[in-house]
Design a protein around this ligand. Structure first.
Ligand code: CO
Length: 135
């Protein structure tokens, strides 16, 4: 079961060029940036209420986000829904015949466990399931 929108991912060419708009114009709280080596991206999170914007800058030409930028330019890349347990949710979705990109969860930013559903199964919207660490 999905609980809420955890974040919306935006593909950008440069975090340095994009963060000031969200932080200084939109007044969102910059929560930090980190590299997710597995996905060849640098990500920055900006908080707005309970949700976040995740800005994704590719770190290599063969990064999935670099390919996205080539095809579509900058813009909305994915929507991430928070779930209690990403493994259980994946199994439930799989049982319902939903096509997955990730059969097993991988590590996301800030200690999250994430998995992507295939856009063909979600009306063309790349969809992430996101389990936040227990506090
Ligand atoms: Co994300």
């Amino acid at each position: 079961m999905t609980k809420k929108i955890n974040h919306i991912g935006m593909a950008v060419k440069s975090l340095d060029a994009s963060v000031p708009f969200y932080r200084d114009v939109m007044g969102m709280v910059f929560e930090g940036a980190e590299e997710v080596a597995e996905q060849k991206v640098k990500v920055a999170f900006l908080a707005v209420g309970e949700s976040r914007i995740e800005l994704l800058e590719p770190t290599a030409p063969d990064s999935p986000v670099a390919r996205f930028l080539e095809k579509n330019g900058e813009g909305i890349h994915h929507v991430a829904y928070e779930v209690e347990d990403v493994e259980t949710t994946l199994a439930q979705f799989k049982a319902k015949g939903i096509r997955l990109i990730d059969e097993v969860p991988r590590s996301g930013a800030h200690g999250t466990r994430i998995a992507f559903l295939h856009p063909k199964a979600t009306g063309g919207v790349l969809t992430e399931l996101c389990q936040t660490p227990k506090r």
